[in-house]
Design a protein around this ligand. Structure first.
Ligand code: DAH
Length: 339
């Protein structure tokens, strides 16, 4: 019996199979219960007990080697068979379809680039915020309606943890850590407790800009705004400032640009006024500077904030805000960016 096992051991490496059928025949011939190796296993019962040890070792060796050989041959097939199966020769040869940038990302980048050219650098802050950074430090009175649960998403009440309602909170984050000169632009997502409709959403995006230094004046703000408007909407764009109110700026203003759809002549989009509102701005309130550890006697600054969706609507005439968060590729692929 030992001789037979040794002979078979010598042959295993020679086993060949040209396809899966031949391999199966090979497997049945040797490894099935009635196959040659299988028979030997059966016969092992009758081996004299003093030889069992030696024969058993050879037999195990054979069994293992045979199984390995079959596996090796099977792997070779698996390789070649998969290769041919994976090719779909009926497919067209178009390149893989690349996605497009989200319109909000395109416009956000454009806004940041324009301010970047004026020397602003990007700053970021958390979306989950506390009352101090979103409201108190920014001079909101205790009973200001924006603090109401109707407008703000609360995560916890005591101490108050909320979702930021505007990116102005990043102003405080930066001023607390850094002394002037400060020239930052803060893009990010904000949250408000609004019913979702074509013109309002419970989350949207803003960009905040802040410039604090010695002798910063309203004229500096106006100049930056005009530059931004012309870069963003074209050299013919005009701006106008209307007095407004924000707790964190004094004086405060809202900026309109000449309607870029009708060129200022009047159309349904600008409600026939020739102007559309795009942002809020003003001179940083002295209380805000002092709250953040910056002396309002030594320094002054301007701030502005705008909604990215609003700018995108103006640029691309998107009339339903919900489209921005629905991820419908038929909508998204209409926007192309240079990079
Ligand atoms: N935070 C304001 C808002 O969410 C926008 C804003 C207005 C930001 C005036 C400013 C500013 O920095 O000066 O409506």
């Amino acid at each position: 019996m030992i001789d037979k096992i040794k002979a078979l051991l010598g042959e295993v490496d020679e086993w060949k199979a040209a396809n899966a059928d031949e391999l199966e025949t090979l497997r049945i011939r040797y490894l099935s219960k009635k196959g040659e190796v299988g028979q030997l296993m059966n016969d092992f019962r009758n081996v004299a007990s003093e030889q069992k040890r030696e024969v058993g070792q050879y037999l195990n060796q054979l069994k293992e080697k045979a199984q390995q050989r079959i596996n090796t041959l099977r792997d070779e097939f698996a390789g070649t068979e998969n290769n041919t199966d994976d090719y779909d020769l009926t497919r067209t040869a178009y390149p893989v379809h690349l996605g497009t940038r989200h319109p909000i990302s395109i416009v956000k980048k454009e806004i940041c680039d324009i301010f970047g050219r004026m020397g602003f650098s990007i700053a970021e802050g958390p979306e989950i915020e506390d009352d101090w950074h979103v409201f108190s430090s920014l001079n909101f009175a205790d009973d200001h309606p924006a603090r109401d649960m109707q407008d703000t998403f609360f995560i916890r009440h005591d101490p108050e943890i909320i979702l930021r309602t505007h990116t102005s909170s990043v102003q405080t984050r930066v001023m607390e850590k850094q002394q002037p000169p400060i020239r930052i632009i803060c893009p990010g997502r904000v949250y408000r407790n609004e019913a979702i409709s074509y013109r309002a959403h419970c989350f949207f995006h803003q960009v905040e800009a802040l410039y604090v230094d010695e002798d910063v004046s309203f004229a500096d703000l106006k100049q930056a705004l005009l530059f931004f408007a012309k870069e963003m909407f074209g050299a013919d764009t005009k701006i106008r400032l209307r007095p407004s109110y924000f707790p964190f700026t004094e004086p405060s203003a809202e900026m309109d640009i000449s309607c870029n759809l009708c060129g200022g002549k009047g159309c349904p989009f600008c409600k026939h006024t020739g102007w559309v509102e795009i942002l809020g701005c003003g001179m940083v309130h002295p209380n805000v500077l002092d709250n953040c550890g910056i002396s309002s006697r030594l320094y002054s600054g301007y701030a502005l904030g705008m909604g990215i969706e609003r700018i995108t609507n103006l640029k691309y005439q998107v009339t339903d805000l919900r489209l921005f968060s629905e991820n419908d590729v038929r909508f998204l692929t209409q926007f192309e960016s240079a990079d």
